[in-house]
Design a protein around this ligand. Sequence first.
Ligand code: F6R
Length: 606
Amino acid sequence: MCGIVGYIGQRNTKKVILQGLQTLEYRGYDSSGMALISKGEIIVEKKVGRIQNLIDSVEGKDLSSEIGIGHTRWATHGVPSDTNSHPHYSMDKSVAVVHNGIIENYQSLKKDLEEKGFIFSSETDTEVISQLIQDMYDGNILNTVKKALKKIKGSYAIGVLHKDHPDELICAREHSPLVIGIGENENFIASDVSALLEYTKEVYYLEDGDIALLKKGEIEIFDKANNLVHRERKHIEWTLEQATKGGFPHFMLKEIFEQPQVIEDTFNKRVLNGRADFSDVLTFEDIKKINKIYIIACGTAYHAGLQGQFALQKIAKLDSSTDIASEFRYSDPFIDENTLVIFVSQSGETSDTLAALKEAKRKKAMTIAITNVVGSTISREADKVIYTLAGPEIAVASTKAYITQITIFYLLALYIAEIKNTISKEKYLEYISEIKNMSEKIDSILKNSNEIKNIANLLKNKKNGFYIGRGLDYKIAVEGSLKIKEVSYIHTEAFASGELKHGTIALIEKDTPVVVIATQQELIEKSISNIKEVKARGANIITVGFNNEKNLEEVSDNFIGIPKCNDLFSGFLSIIPLQLLAYYTSIAKGIDVDKPRNLAKSVTVE
Ligand code: F6R
């Protein structure tokens, strides 16, 4: 939520900042801005709307500078407008600040500053930071920022410039992500590494409470207690190619098509000599101790968790439940040192998930993070971490991260099942090869994506619809429904097929689209009855089922066939047409599919 970049060095600073912002635009995109020090003054340029507006507004302007900060915003305090965009000047324009997070005590700080005569020009919480720094300035900008941050409560990642210090870029973090990119005689800051890949792959991740001073050839990091500290230097494996569209019209489509590869990468990392291996995160003794598993996450990661619960119960025979992170935290769950709590988060920065993790740790649970971002906050806070190997996921709607999360859950379930002896040797081998074969099967679905384009054209003018399924299929319905809502703005609801008749069926009328997922063999007859119930009330049926399910095809208006697999694993396949359906419906409606309205990729507010 909100993206920050900063640069100090001899490159074209304006260009570095604008390129960085374009890479981070998925983090928030209602306005953007930049500040540079040029000829002893801080110049701030900012514009409401997409980053292109900022690029257009600074084109041709001479903004030569060797230091700058930039910001792309997802509004929290104050509507999106030029004025509320970051960076925020202090009143005398000596200071400029970019900020990601929320300053919780900004009203009282603002009141104090106003009493001293400070005039505020925006509605944001951020402006108090720049005004406070101006107020407390003692000639040393690093010390001043340190003192000012002591007064601030809340979450922040900030970048700070002072006009009298054109060779010092200050940054700090508390509960919001920030990474320092290490260059040669130049240095960078960014909310995430994707903005740095073009320039460097060597980074330091700041920890909560850290404040850093960047000069061209020097980086100093101070911890909360003001000790000069050494943070571990990390090398990033992601390539720049992975973070670009690579010939696809949109990131979402590229990421859908990358799914065969990312399953393979995640599988190859975790399956050694034909056996799933998680001995680095769960020992034999840990597994013997576990009396209960909770899976905690938000949004799509939560939906991956639902499948994870299914796999852990069906394969590892472990009592598991899944909860939404923002609810779990306040539900006073029964947790002790024998409870395993698994946190799923693509970004590793989601505030709700992080808060739930802290609560689980407070209650002494064993904690494991499943995340895609190396060095992210959740990866560092959990006792153990399992990385998904999805590569950078840029489209706001998650697709490839989700598939790697479910890959991890199924492999983890097999690993536990083998140790607990809840699976026969034959089944174990059969299940491992089911997962191994998924990449090829997904490839074959992707090759037939044209038929889905046609169905998207039928959907594009609909206002409402339903996604229904039974058992595992219901868990896929929930994710399919979220996908189409977020990128096409069509209101859909996911229902357990058997539940619809208990009230909601009243909403079915002529031509209401109902997307049915029906892969679970023991439930297929019941699913067909549910289809008939809604069809009798006028629904238009789009079904996802295994190829050659003739009975299912006959009762459907449109049928999308997927390759046959053991139906315990069908979620790997049935989600693919639903992702494509969401994508093509969005495109048919002319929506910016990678950056749908009101959203941001990484949700770092509660
Ligand atoms: C939907 C989507 C969101 C995220 C959710 C959690 O496509 O991407 O629902 O899944 O905000 O984000 P992470 O996984 O980063 O914790």
